[in-house]
Design a protein around this ligand. Structure first.
Ligand SMILES: NC(=O)c1ccc[n+]([C@@H]2O[C@H](COP(=O)([O-])OP(=O)(O)OC[C@H]3O[C@@H](n4cnc5c(N)ncnc54)[C@H](O)[C@@H]3O)[C@@H](O)[C@H]2O)c1
Length: 247
């Protein structure tokens, strides 16, 4: 490929790259020539994805500051720079739980992964990104942040991701770091299927039939979002600022 969509010179960190949207993104970026570092706490599938991408795997728990520091220190040693951070690690807990019954521990767990995890990854990857070429940070929010979530915790956590990302976009632009916050629609991954199954089960319906019906009626596939993310980390996306929604 001769266009700038070619990612040949790029070293890209995909956090949460073991499965789902992160996995599809890691594989597509590798296909376009990037060296991909897959970081996840799911070691088995993370290693498999990294191997398929011809890249490297580093175990990380994004809720643990020391673990994120160690991840970035290992990249500093092996590569000395990063051209992009794509932070896709996320969880959804507490779907369909009423506010009166919502456990604070569940809220903290979800915010810890989705919001604090995004903050820690961005914070510690930034010095490496500043050494990269046209560096980009991509955080993944969700339309769930705007009143359509099954979970109070998930909605709140993704609202935080949006606020973090848009604030970083403004503050880091003068330093040459481009930040985008991406809002995927319903995408056929472990996370989405689990929520659909839970909803069907509580309504006394067949969970598998519900997943099949959702897949038929418009659930997107991870590769569709991956194509957007692979574009956003490319130099061709140089003029894209702020929030981007996908199917
Ligand atoms: N699937 C959808 O419909 C949808 C819609 C909007 C936004 N999103 C967001 O997209 C992102 C990817 O979601 P997905 O649907 O691919 O989910 P997924 O469950 O398929 O993948 C999530 C990945 O994050 C990793 N992860 C979770 N907790 C971690 C931790 N503490 N440390 C390191 N890794 C951790 C998991 O191991 C997994 O590899 C998430 O941020 C999610 O909230 C998904």
């Amino acid at each position: 490929m001769t266009t700038t969509m070619n990612l040949k010179t790029k070293t890209i960190l995909v956090v949460g790259g073991a499965v789902g949207i992160g996995q599809a993104t890691a594989l597509l970026c590798a296909e376009r020539g990037a060296h991909v570092i897959v970081a996840d706490f799911n070691e088995a599938e993370g290693k498999a994805t990294a191997q398929q991408a011809g890249g490297t795997f580093v175990r990380v728990d994004v809720t643990d500051e020391a673990s994120v520091v160690a991840l970035c220190a290992s990249i500093a040693e092996s590569h000395g720079k990063l051209d992009a951070l794509v932070q896709t690690a996320g969880i959804l807990k507490g779907a369909y739980v009423a506010l009166e019954d919502f456990e604070l521990a569940t809220l903290r767990q979800v915010v810890d992964v989705n919001t604090i995890g995004s903050f820690l990854c961005a914070k510690y990857a930034l010095p490496l990104l500043k050494k990269g070429q046209k560096p980009a940070i991509i955080l993944i929010s969700s339309p769930a942040a705007y009143g359509v979530s099954s979970s109070y915790a998930y909605a709140m956590s993704k609202g935080g991701v949006s606020a973090l990302g848009t604030t970083m976009a403004g503050k880091l632009a003068p330093e040459g770091v481009r930040v985008n916050v991406v809002f995927p629609g319903g995408i056929n991954t472990f996370m989405k299927r689990s929520v659909i199954e839970e909803d069907a089960a509580r309504k006394g319906q067949d969970p598998q039939a519900a997943v099949d019906a959702a897949a038929q009626s418009g659930l997107g596939e991870p590769i569709g979002v991956a194509r957007v993310l692979a574009f956003l980390v490319s130099d061709e996306a140089d003029y894209v600022r702020g929030s981007v929604s996908t199917r």
